[in-house]
Each structure stands twice: as C-alpha cells, then as structure tokens.
Design a protein around this ligand. Structure first.
Ligand code: PLP
Length: 388
C-alpha cells in the first residue's frame, strides 16, 4: 500500500525534528559528551519522587478531574500569583496538562481556524512551527538577531502582522538562545497585541532559571494583558521533572474551557501520580530549585568564559540552560560544524538551524550536564577550534 497517500497533508508537510536527526547519529558512538539534550541532568529531588511512590503505595491510581486535582490547581494558582504576579482562579482558569507540550497543542487547536496566522520569534523551540501547522494554522516566524540579544522587537513584530494574525507565541527565557525580554520590550509588544487584538501564548517554562538578578516579567502581568494571555508553565525544567510530563495553562476562563474540551476528549487528565508529585514540588521544592539554579549559573558562566577564550563569539544568555555561540567565522554551516565537532572530538551540540533558519551559523550547547563533562567538552572543543 502507498501509505504516503494515507497520511494527512498537515502531518506529511511537517519535517522531523532536526535535533532527533542529529541525535540518531550520536547514538551508538562511545565516549560522547552530549551538550544536546535540553533536559536537566539532575534526577527529580528525592522528596518529590517519594511523594509519587507513596501515592502509588496508597493506591492513588485513578483518573482525576479533567482540569487536574483541586489541591494542585490551588497551589498552581498561588505559585503563579507569587511568581508571575498574575491572579488566576483555581476553579476556572487553570488546566493541568501533560507537559507544556500538550498545553501548546491544546491552546493552538482551541484558538485557531484553518489559515489563521500564528506569529513566533525565531530561533525557537523545535515544536512551535510543527504544532501550528498540525493545528491547521500558518506559521509566521520573526527572526531575532544576536545584536538584539535574540529578543523580539516590536518593530519586527509589527511588520508581519496582517488581518489574519491571531496568536503571538512568546518564549522568554528562550530555548535555544537563553534570551530574556526586558520589560520595556514586553510593554511595546503588549501594546501591539492590544492594538491588533492578538491572543498571546506565553511559554514561560524556563522562568525560574534566570541568573542575573533581573526579576522575571511575564507579559501576562502587564496592564491589559491578562485577558489576552495564556500563560504556560510546568515542572520539567526548574524541578527536573521531565519524565513526569506535567505542565499547566492559566488563562481567561472561556479560553481554558475551550482547551479543556480538547483535553477531556484526547487526554482525559494528566497522570495522577505526576500530579501528586507536583503538589509536593510546589509545597516543598523551592530549596532544591534554588540549588539546581545555582549550579546551572556556575556552569553557564564557565561555559561562556571558555567559549570566549577560544575566540568564539558568545553572548551571555540571561536564562534557561543553553548557550548559543556564533560559529559563523569558521565558514561552515552549523550542521557541518556540529558534524565535524562530533567526528573529531565526540562532543555533541545541536546545529542552530534546527531551531529555524535564523539559527543558522550558531550552535546550541546545553549546560544542564555535569561540570566535569562540561570541562572535558570545552577542552575537546578548544583543541578542535585550534585545529581549524
Ligand atoms: N517549551 C519549551 C520552550 C521547551 O524548551 C520545552 C522542552 O524542551 C517544552 C516547552 C516542553 O516542555 P514539557 O516537558 O513541559 O512538555
């Protein structure tokens, strides 16, 4: 059978993730140091795992309310109010999802009609464009530049807004650049969103991981923005809980309700065990988050310093756990550079073009790996750069 005729046009048109392709090459090689996977090297703190184990021991193995456990939603509402300075009702404005990944999918499917345009800044997380396309939307990337610290500028945003623009997706701190949007930029972006009546999907999954004193500002907290923002957050990064697959969306009740409709038919609810673990994370996880953050901070500073000492131009990323060095001076595509680095040194980093065309000429190096590994990776990379 010719299966290509059986697959939906939408799905067929979406390319495979560039990260996955690259890591298939890495698999099977020995002694590889991976700066590739965007996931904490820490195991989930023990008290959180213990809460999950204990919930299983107690036989808490059922479905939960579609929106998520009431206790968890109340804690999320409190956490978001303290951290993001936005108040959401635990009863109507909070949806617990299977990671931020599911929340992105739900929001896009709930908000857009076929042909609607969804704007996002690039380089960006690999799932944005495919998720938009699979929700029958039109992906409209806006390139950001190193000169602007990879921050979306209102001027660039305004240029791509059309009558079909419906949603703006933001992600600060950004995967893969670590960029943080200063409040002034967010204010200008917010004004445009109000002017053009855009809904904002703001993915703030790295918001605890900000290193240079600057308090995190969510666009949802700016005047007039709560009513047009869906704030997405989760437990994967700051709490080192990727495998628990737990995230949440907070937003105006009618939008959360629309997302809930899809969620209840496609997912029913997020896993009970993970929800119990998340309750423990929010109640008692702050110390562990602070310790992990301190460790990432040291690793970031070390990695950026070593790259700069090698003569590689590398901005200081304000958040997340990625550095995004500029390798254009070596006269290779980012894929070629990453391949040659892997071949010569067994260090794996992700070619920047995996995050969109504007990532070409850069490399994403994740520092959520042990300091020992980072030191060795930088030593190997230094030798490689000298050899070029
Ligand atoms: N959003 C961004 C920007 C990410 O980098 C990631 C994972 O790397 C996700 C969402 C997915 O997160 P989750 O594990 O909560 O699905």
């Amino acid at each position: 059978m010719d299966y290509s005729t059986k697959i939906s046009t939408q799905v067929a048109s979406v390319p495979r993730s560039g990260i996955r392709d690259f890591f298939e090459l890495v698999q099977g090689r020995e002694d590889v140091i991976s700066l590739g996977v965007g996931e904490p090297d820490f195991t989930t703190p023990w008290h959180i795992r213990e809460a999950a184990i204990y919930s299983l021991e107690k036989g808490q193995t059922s479905y939960t309310s579609n929106l998520g456990l009431v206790k968890l939603r109340k804690l999320i509402s409190g956490y978001v109010s303290d951290f993001f300075k936005v108040d959401y009702s635990a009863d109507t404005d909070v949806l617990v999802s299977v990671g931020v990944s599911e929340a992105i999918d739900l929001a896009l499917r709930a908000l857009i009609n076929p042909g609607d345009e969804v704007i996002f800044h690039e380089p960006c997380y690999v799932s944005y464009s495919p998720s938009i396309v699979m929700a029958h939307g039109v992906a409209v990337p806006v390139a950001t530049t190193k000169q602007d610290g990879f921050v979306l500028k209102a001027g660039a945003l305004e240029k791509v807004i059309t009558p079909k623009s419906r949603v703006l997706m933001l992600n600060f701190p950004t995967n893969p650049t670590g960029a943080i949007a200063p409040r002034e930029d967010l204010e200008e972006i917010a004004a445009l969103c109000i002017k053009h009546d855009l809904i904002v999907l703001t993915d703030e999954i790295y918001s605890e991981l900000i290193y240079d004193e600057e308090p995190h500002t969510s666009i949802a907290s700016l005047p007039g923005m709560k009513e047009r923002c869906i704030l997405l957050h989760g437990f994967s990064k700051a709490f080192a809980m990727t495998g628990f697959r737990l995230g949440y969306a907070c937003g105006p009740a009618p939008l959360v309700d629309a997302m809930m409709k899809i969620h209840q038919y496609s997912m029913l609810c997020a896993p009970m065990t993970s929800q119990v673990a998340a309750i423990e994370a929010l109640q008692n996880g702050a110390k562990a988050v602070a310790e992990m953050k301190e460790s990432y901070h040291q690793r970031r500073d070390y990695m950026v310093r070593r790259l700069q000492e090698m003569g590689i131009d590398c901005h200081l990323p304000g958040g997340a756990f990625y550095v995004f060095p500029d390798i254009r001076k070596f006269g290779m595509t980012s894929k070629d550079f990453a391949m040659r680095l892997l071949e010569a040194t067994n260090v794996a980093a992700v070619p920047g073009d995996a995050f969109g065309d504007s990532g070409e000429g850069f490399l994403r190096c994740c520092y959520a790996t042990s300091m020992e590994q980072i030191v060795e990776a930088m030593n190997r990379m230094e030798k490689f750069v000298i050899s070029l």
